[in-house]
Write a protein that binds this ligand. Structure first.
Ligand code: NAD
Length: 731
């Protein structure tokens, strides 16, 4: 397959055009790299060629490296993967360095051929690393284009020289937001940051690139780091200013990542160590650190879950084969916190919304929630007056069910009460077309029970949003016993329209996400009740990469909600109810009026403005910490296995049918330590054999809830993991 095209015009300017057939976006493959290399060789060898433009045949330049390739690099690297990876990276550096030196005399730095990158649009990852090796980067003035190095977001870092080149171009401080946070900018901002050199109108891009090639002088081709006397902007590590930057960056990274994301630390090490040696040695150092990151199972697991599988689910990996079910008009019942959020995300995606509540005032208030979000967007310059009017114009707040006429999907988000839900289901079904799909946003009631109120249970489904709806990326779709394929397809198409990530699960208590998060919260509270210091519980969670400790998360979701769920679960489960010991602490907190953040008092203390202060000291008086505290690993294992074992049970019971959904859903739904790639990836990393050992130990010390599921035991016996089995069965 030809990915790069080569041509030379009458003025001796060669153009290398990146244009992968049948793809909307260029991504670099190893084959592509070989083609680019060969074209550069041709241009440098051909005396008639004066210089080169590297550009794209598509509206964008490139989206980056093919992450499928990166995910497999380690496996493809042979018996000594470290060496294979390192050699592979160094061969990439050779190509980019060839572009950068462009045939110039290594001593005089004269006689090279100018090579310019002309970017029509988005240039990400290696799509920016190649331009950074060119002598000039000219971009089209395209405000929709994104320029940057987002690798850190999927657990790696720019490893094709981007780290070393950007740090040398901007200095460590200047490059930090782009390298460490993966910040993306539109072309004009990228120019003011110093990442690119020039922004021109789109229709002048190639002409301007050509003019630059024809007028470039020898000195224009020499990168600052190749010139004599180069000093890193802002100072190298032993310069007083540079010293402060690196000390600060190191502290900041450890604070933000708690040390569990190997890529951030490795990136900083590559920049720090690279800054003290000549450029070519720095590239070697970068390649060593990049190899180190690729050898860590975290990078592969993050790429797999956060990129490859997330995208597969968004594109409908588990969608039944049913025709297009895009939503044209949505009905939302209940304009409270959830209903208002659902109405906003739908209207924002171009869908007409009838927003119904029992009182007109409540419906209007639900609509004003959208207004609030749009106003905030306007203040930040992200939303125009026209866009605001357009989105608000799509939401009709009313009490009149006849407004549901013409809706092809209804999402119900009224009170969590089966009677109220049954009533609105019947009223809505009387107004909507016969073939419309009816969804409930319940978080705790079985879908199959609620479906009994429906005249068309095969068109009844759960679409479970997380709060706040406009921010949370996951939507859980729940198949009831009688739910048909068309309802699933409708829910998936809707989730795709509103640009969120779906997982499809079967109906069981708390579905998937809440089922796994509740044991995490309970284990945290149980430990406090046992006398484990609350600070140990919270810090142990953060140190293993959970975004919030269990006590903080209980405060966020509120203790009265916890008490309500506990009562309902106890009523439903009777003697089998496992969490009586946790209820003691929950109900006591509720009695004390410490309902969490919303009450300004919970496991944490809050100031007048609602800002979280330290852990509440009264907790220690009621549940005094024991003299003997457990070690950190025990606390972490209890918190992690509480979630992960529940995920395995959900799979065993057929609530989950796809581990990819289990992993992606865990990270996006409740923040399961993202560095691990999700609970199934985490168990694979531990190895089933070791996981069983830990479970056996935890079960003996803390109870049957840690009993290893049979599925895990079988895996340990076969020495296999979840993903190995999945890949084998997929093959
Ligand atoms: P809420 O109390 O904020 O809103 C419920 C709304 O429904 C209110 O505006 C109320 O006036 C309206 N309502 C009640 N009876 C009605 C009727 N007969 N006809 C029309 N409107 C009626 O509740 P919420 O937090 O938005 O939760 C709504 C649903 O979403 C519940 O089923 C809840 O379990 C579920 N849910 C909540 C969350 C969450 O974090 N709050 C998350 C996921 C799912």
């Amino acid at each position: 397959m030809t990915e790069f095209h080569y041509s030379v015009d009458a003025d001796g300017v060669a153009t290398i055009t990146w244009d992968i057939p049948n793809k909307s976006m260029n991504v670099l493959s190893m084959e592509g790299l070989r083609e680019l290399d060969a074209h550069i060789d041709s241009a440098l060898a051909d005396e008639a060629v004066k210089g080169v433009i590297i550009t794209s045949g598509k509206p964008d330049f490139a989206g980056g490296m093919d992450l499928n390739v990166i995910a497999k690099m380690k496996e493809m690297a042979g018996d000594t993967p470290e060496k294979g990876l390192f050699d592979g990276l160094m061969s990439m550096h050779v190509v980019l360095r060839k572009i950068e030196r462009a045939g110039m005399d290594p001593k005089t730095l004269k006689g090279g051929k100018p090579i310019v990158a002309a970017l029509p649009g988005t240039a990400l990852g290696i799509g920016l690393e190649i331009p950074l090796a060119c002598h000039r980067i000219i971009a089209a003035d395209n405000p929709k284009a994104k320029i940057g190095l987002p690798e850190i977001m999927v657990g790696i870092f720019p490893g094709a020289g981007g780290t070393t080149r950007l740090a040398r171009k901007l200095g460590a401080m200047g490059a930090a937001p782009f390298l460490l946070e993966g910040k993306l900018s539109e072309p004009k901002k990228a120019k003011s940051a110093g990442i690119i050199d020039e922004v021109v109108p789109g229709d002048e891009l190639l002409a301007r690139a050509k003019a630059w090639v024809l007028e470039a002088k020898d000195a224009d081709l020499v990168k600052p780091w190749d010139a004599k006397g180069y000093k890193m902007p802002g100072g190298a590590p032993y310069h007083p200013a540079g010293f402060m930057t690196f000390v600060g960056a190191s502290a900041m990274i450890n604070g933000k990542t708690q040390g569990v994301y190997p890529a951030a630390k490795a990136l900083l090490s590559a920049v720090y160590e690279g800054a003290m040696v000549p450029f070519d040695t720095a590239l070697k150092i970068e390649a060593r650190w990049f190899t180190h990151v690729l050898m860590n199972p975290s990078s592969g697991a993050m790429i797999r879950s956060l990129f490859i599988n997330k995208e597969a689910l968004e594109k409908g990996a588990n969608r039944p084969e049913v025709g297009d079910e895009k939503v044209a008009k949505l009905g939302v019942l209940g304009a409270g916190m959830m209903g208002a959020g659902i109405a906003y995300v739908a209207a924002n995606a171009g869908i007409e919304v009838a927003l119904i509540d029992a009182k007109q005032e409540a419906a209007e208030q639900g609509k004003s929630y959208s207004e609030g979000i749009l106003d905030k967007g306007m203040k930040r310059g992200k939303v125009t007056e026209a866009k605001k009017a357009e989105v608000l114009g799509r939401i009709l707040p009313t009490t009149d069910y006849s407004a549901l006429q013409g809706c092809d999907l209804v999402v119900e988000a009224v009170f969590e009460d089966p009677k109220v839900k049954a009533e609105v289901t019947a009223k809505a079904e009387a107004a909507i077309p016969e073939d419309a799909i009816f969804a409930t946003n319940t978080s705790t009631l079985p879908i199959s029970d609620l479906a009994k109120a429906s005249a068309r249970p095969e068109q009844f489904i759960g679409i479970h949003f997380f709060s706040p709806v406009d921010k949370m990326l996951l939507v859980e779709i729940i198949r009831g016993k009688e739910t048909g394929d068309r309802a699933v397809a409708k829910a998936l198409d809707f989730v795709r329209q509103i640009r969120k990530t779906p997982i499809v699960v079967n109906d069981a208590r708390f579905f998937y996400a809440n089922r796994c998060i509740i044991p995490y919260l309970n284990e945290g509270m149980r430990m406090v009740r046992e006398g484990v210091a609350p600070a140990l519980v919270e810090n142990a969670a953060r140190l293993i990469g959970m975004p919030l400790g269990p006590l903080q998360l209980v405060d966020e979701t509120s203790l009265d909600l916890g008490a309500k769920i506990a009562k309902a679960t106890r009523a439903a489960m009777g003697d089998a109810y496992p969490d009586g010991d946790v209820d003691e602490i929950v109900f006591w907190m509720v009695e004390e009026g410490r309902l969490g953040r919303k009450a300004g008092a919970g496991f944490y203390a809050y100031d007048d403005k609602g800002k979280r202060q330290g852990l509440w000291t009264g907790l220690g008086e009621k549940f005094p910490p024991a003299d003997d505290q457990p070690d950190l690993i025990t606390v972490q294992h209890r918190l992690m296995f509480a979630q992960a074992l529940e995920a395995v049970r959900a799979l065993e019971e057929g609530v989950l049918t796809d581990i990819r959904e289990g992993d992606v859903g865990a990270i996006l739904g409740w923040g399961f330590a993202p560095w691990s790639g999700g609970p199934f990836s985490w168990l694979d990393m531990l190895g089933a054999g070791f996981a069983i050992e830990v479970c056996d130990d935890l079960e003996a010390r803390f109870g049957a809830r840690f009993r290893a599921p049979e599925m895990l035991r079988e895996m340990a016996a076969q020495e296999r993991g979840f993903y190995l089995i999945r890949e084998a069965s997929a093959a």
